[in-house]
Design a protein around this ligand. Structure first.
Ligand code: ATP
Ligand code: MG
Length: 411
């Protein structure tokens, strides 16, 4: 049998990798909490229609990237490629469309059948927030400010830039689509095959093309600013004003688009040049039409998602491995009392470990190997007197401590 490996595009998170990963989630959860976002956990797989509807059958994700399967009962299911659709589905199923606003934070695995490369996996992980209910530009600004605060708290804000755009309202987008179709149709023979296809189905998506030839054409294409209605322009101006008030720096990038009809107004990405081609760490925008797609009433919403793998590789020094305390019994008679000491320390919230076998020397070696900061040495004499020898492993320094004081002394 060939050696078993993790499936292509997946990886194990062990040791430092998991600590980095967890640090991103913990930080995001804490900062999102200060903005009163509450965590939701929705299922990892959903009825395929949840994503087919939300992502639309023209998007890259639906066309090529979904992990879709029939289960043994014949249900058509899909591993979630993103979590916004699941959150909107959950909002509707749980009857929460009348209890707005809802401010949702989530963290978890997502699945896309992509070509694996640095920063691009088939199972990857996202943190994200969704602010469902408010149609005001303040919601857009607050959602972005929350993302910015998370990047700051992770120490990566200095390496990322917020790129901002607007997709306007429906009328703006219709006018823009007409302008784009006119522009690209006149240059149809220079477009990539994919983009010629997009020209029919969804011309906005051409702006998102990664094909070099397309990019050159896109650089000269009309920008949405020229197609905005006055309402949409005022909305965009207000978002910018609020971002300035929140102290979030940004630059405008008219090429940031979301190809789907339920997106409107704000679209943004936090990008970095430190991760090569996979430079987008956080992406989001306003999606006023999505809840309705899920069978709910028309409901405005705005949010973002960020790739945990990309964020964790930006985070500088990983959090240190926590240092335990090693309990070391000397002689058989000390073993049982040592177990009591071990459990007392654990119940006091300390990380405590006792080797499963070995003499004093072996156990101290093991304590060093697991990076213990101190060894609590307990012989018969110590047990009789209700004390232990506490040895600081870095210095070799040893002091006698009463068992009743031990947890406090080590804390
Ligand atoms: P890209 O243009 O890189 O394919 P996307 O537009 O498909 O990104 P979104 O759907 O907006 O990405 O997802 C939000 C974030 O999730 C991305 O900015 C990125 O950080 C992360 N992400 C998306 N796909 C992957 C993947 N396959 N592996 C790792 N991270 C990913
Ligand atoms: Mg993608």
């Amino acid at each position: 049998m060939t050696k078993l490996q993790p499936a292509r595009g997946t990886r194990d998170l062990i040791g430092e990798d998991l600590r980095r990963h967890q640090q991103v989630i913990d930080t995001a959860r804490r900062i999102a909490g200060t903005y009163c976002f509450e965590e939701w956990a929705t299922p990892v797989f959903e009825d395929t229609r949840v994503f087919a509807r939300s992502l639309g059958d023209t998007s890259d994700v639906v066309m090529k990237e979904m992990y879709t399967f029939q289960d043994r009962g014949g249900d058509d299911l899909t591993l979630r490629p993103e979590n916004t659709a699941g959150v909107c589905r959950a909002l509707v199923t749980n009857g929460l469309t009348q209890s707005l606003p809802q401010k949702v934070f989530y963290a978890g695995p997502m699945f896309r059948y992509e070509r694996p490369q640095a920063g691009r996996f088939r199972q990857f992980h996202q943190i994200g927030i969704e602010l469902i209910g408010p149609a005001e530009p303040l919601a857009d600004a607050e959602v972005i400010a929350c993302g910015w605060d998370i990047l700051k708290e992770l120490g990566v804000a200095g390496e990322t830039v917020l790129e901002l755009n607007t997709l306007g309202d429906r009328a703006s987008r219709d006018a823009y689509r007409v302008a784009l179709v006119a522009y690209f149709s006149a240059r149809r023979d220079q477009l990539s095959e994919d983009s010629r296809d997009r020209l029919e189905r969804n011309p906005l998506r051409i702006l998102d093309s990664k094909d070099e030839g397309d990019k050159a054409l896109v650089a000269e294409a009309p920008v949405i600013a020229d197609s905005l209605t006055s309402t949409a322009a005022a909305f965009y101006a207000r978002v910018q004003e609020l971002l300035a008030r929140f102290g979030v720096p940004f630059r405008e990038n008219p090429r940031i688009v979301r190809g789907l009809d339920y997106y409107s107004h704000t679209a943004f990405e936090f990008v970095t040049d430190r991760l090569g081609a996979q430079g987008t760490v956080m992406a989001g925008g306003r999606y006023d039409g999505l809840v309705e797609e899920m069978g709910g009433p028309p409901t405005p919403a705005v949010g973002w998602a960020a790739g945990i793998e990309r964020l964790s590789s930006l985070v500088g020094t990983p959090p240190p491995a926590p240092e335990p305390v090693a309990v070391v019994p000397v002689g058989e008679a000390a073993e049982a009392p040592a177990l009591d000491v071990l459990q007392t320390l654990r119940r006091a919230g300390l990380r405590a470990e006792m080797a499963y076998r070995g003499n004093l020397k072996r156990r101290l070696e093991r304590a060093n190997r697991i990076g213990a900061r101190a060894a609590v040495i307990l012989g018969e004499a110590e047990v009789a007197r209700g004390v232990a020898q506490v040895k600081t492993l870095a210095t070799g320094e040893q002091t006698e401590v009463a068992l009743a004081e031990l947890a406090r002394h080590l804390a």
